[in-house]
Design a protein around this ligand. Structure first.
Ligand code: FE2
Length: 454
C-alpha cells in the first residue's frame, strides 16, 4: 500500500472530524448534556467513565428521553472506536455494518480526537481509494476489511445528479415497502445518505422541488408521495433556519412518514369511491403501524417512531390518533403534516385534477387554516414559491412561458419568458413578461414539460 496515500487519507479523515469534542461523565443528567450541547453548539457528546470511552450521545437521543435521566441510560449501545489511520471508506463501511450514524475517532493513546458522522463521510467518501487497512473495533482488536472502491466511485457519479437522487430515494422507499409487504427485514440506513446528499446540494433542491410538484403520474403514488414530501419538508426546514442535524432528522421522518401504509390493504388505498367509516378507521391506523415498524429496528429509532405517529395530529386537536394540540405536537410532525396535505392536493387523484400550487395553498389557508401552525404555513408559502422557477405556465392569453423569476411580494405574478405566443408560435425575439406589471394577464394553468407544444 502506498504510504503517501495513507498519510493523505489520514489527514483528510482528521480534517473532516468535528473539532469540538466535549467529554462528559456518565453521572451527568440529560439536562446537563443538553446544556453542554447548546453551549458548545455541537450535535454529539463523547461519554467517558474513568478515562474509558463508554459511548456517544446525540442531541436527538437526549431530546427523545425523559429529562433528568442519567446520561449513562441514554448512551448508544453500539460503540465502535476507530483509529485515525482508518480510511474514509472503512469508516463508512463500519457505520453501515453496525447501523450507527456517528463514530468517535481515537488516536494512538486512546485519546478521542473527534467525531465523524455519516453525513461528513458521504461528502468526502469518494475522494479516497485505498483497498484495505487496519481497523480497531471496541477495544482495538484488529481486523482487515476489503473495500470495493469501484462500487464507491460508481456511487459518486450516480448520486451527483439530482435526477439520480430522486430515483435513489424512490427505490429506497420502494424496497422498504416491498420488504414490509413480504414480511422481510428492512433497514433505513441508506436514507441518511440520501437526505445528507440532498442537504449538501442545496442548489439542487429547487430542481427537486419542481420535480416533486410535477411528478409524473406514472409513478406509484405510495412511493413518490413520501419522496416529494421529504423534498418539500427539507425546503421548509431550510426556511426555518434548521441546523444540519435537524434537517437530517426532519428529512428521515418525512421519508418514512407513511411507512405504515404498507400494512393497509390495497383495496382501501386504491379505492376510487368514498371510503366507508370502517375503511377510514383502518386507514387511520397507518401512523400507529409506522411507529411499530420503526420500533422493530430498535430503541435507537424511538424518536423517529414518535414523530411518525404524530404526522396526522393537527394544531386544533382534531387530528389522530391521539388528538394532540399545538405544543404537544413535534414541530417536524407539523411540517410533515402540512406538506403531506400540500403534496396530495398538487397531485392527480381519481376523482379530481391536481391543484396548482397556489390553489393548494389557498385551499389550506381556507378550509384547513386551524389545522396548521401559521408559522409553518407562512414558511411553506415563502419557500415553495407558488410557481417554481423553471416551471411552465399558460396565461389567460393562451401564451405559454417559463417562470424565470419571482419575488416574495408577487408570488402569484412571477416573471416569465414567453416560449409560445397566443397563436402557438415561437416568438422571434426574446420576450419577458413581468406579470405584476401586467394587470390584464394572469396564469391559468401549470404545464408539464412533456405537454409543451413541439
Ligand atoms: Fe400519512
Amino acid at each position: 500500500m502506498n504510504s503517501q496515500v495513507i498519510k493523505e487519507d489520514m489527514k483528510k479523515a482528521r480534517d473532516i472530524m468535528s473539532h469540538r469534542v466535549v467529554w462528559i461523565r456518565p453521572d451527568y443528567t440529560v439536562d446537563a448534556g443538553i446544556q453542554i450541547m447548546e453551549k458548545y453548539k455541537i450535535g454529539g457528546l463523547v461519554v467517558v467513565n474513568e478515562g474509558r470511552l463508554v459511548g456517544v450521545v446525540t442531541f436527538t437521543d437526549l431530546h427523545s428521553r425523559h429529562p433528568n435521566q442519567q446520561i449513562q441510560d441514554v448512551m448508544s449501545k453500539k460503540v465502535v472506536t476507530i483509529l485515525p489511520e482508518t480510511t474514509v471508506h472503512e469508516m463508512y463501511d463500519l457505520m453501515k455494518r453496525h447501523n450507527i450514524g456517528r463514530l468517535p475517532v481515537i488516536d494512538e493513546d486512546n485519546y478521542v480526537i473527534g467525531i465523524v458522522t455519516k453525513g461528513d463521510l458521504l461528502t468526502e467518501f469518494n475522494s479516497f481509494a485505498i483497498p484495505d487497512a487496519v481497523i480497531g473495533e471496541s477495544g482495538n482488536t484488529s481486523t482487515t476489511i476489503k473495500v470495493d472502491s469501484e462500487a464507491a466511485s460508481e456511487k459518486k457519479s450516480e448520486t451527483r445528479n439530482w435526477k439520480e437522487v430522486y430515483k435513489r430515494a424512490y427505490s429506497f422507499i420502494e424496497n422498504i415497502i416491498s420488504a414490509i409487504k413480504e414480511g422481510k427485514e428492512f433497514t433505513i440506513d441508506d436514507g441518511f445518505g440520501i437526505i445528507t446528499h440532498i442537504i449538501n446540494n442545496q442548489e439542487a433542491i429547487d430542481a427537486l422541488c419542481l420535480r416533486a410538484t410535477y411528478t409524473e403520474n406514472s409513478l406509484d403514488a405510495l412511493v413518490s408521495h413520501p419522496v416529494n414530501v421529504t423534498i418539500h419538508a427539507l425546503k421548509i426546514g431550510i426556511g426555518l433556519k434548521y441546523q444540519r442535524r435537524q434537517l437530517v432528522d426532519l428529512g428521515m421522518a418525512a421519508l418514512l412518514h407513511d411507512l405504515g401504509m404498507a400494512r393497509i390493504p390495497k383495496e382501501i388505498i386504491e379505492k376510487e369511491e368514498k371510503l366507508t367509516d370502517k375503511e377510514i378507521e383502518v386507514l387511520q391506523k397507518h401512523p400507529k403501524y409506522g411507529k411499530e415498524l420503526l420500533l422493530t429496528l430498535g430503541e435507537d429509532f424511538a424518536w423517529l417512531a414518535e414523530i411518525i405517529l404524530q404526522e396526522h395530529e393537527r394544531e386544533g386537536g382534531l387530528g389522530y390518533p391521539r388528538g394532540l394540540k399545538g405544543y404537544d405536537i413535534h414541530e417536524y410532525a407539523k411540517i410533515i403534516g402540512l406538506v403531506d396535505v400540500y403534496e396530495a392536493l398538487t397531485h392527480l387523484r381519481p376523482y379530481r385534477k391536481p391543484f396548482l400550487p397556489h390553489e393548494a395553498v389557498k385551499e389550506i389557508m381556507g378550509s384547513q387554516r386551524k389545522s396548521f401552525s401559521s408559522k409553518i404555513v407562512k414558511t411553506l408559502i415563502k419557500q415553495l414559491s407558488v410557481f417554481p422557477i423553471q416551471s411552465y405556465v399558460r396565461l389567460n392569453s393562451h401564451a405559454i412561458g417559463r417562470v424565470i423569476g419571482s419575488s416574495e411580494a408577487h408570488l402569484l405574478r412571477p416573471t416569465i419568458q414567453v416560449l409560445y405566443d397566443s397563436q402557438g408560435r415561437k416568438p422571434a425575439n426574446k420576450r419577458i413578461i413581468k406579470l405584476h406589471e401586467e394587470p390584464l394577464l394572469y396564469i391559468i394553468d401549470s404545464i408539464h414539460e412533456k405537454d409543451l407544444p413541439l
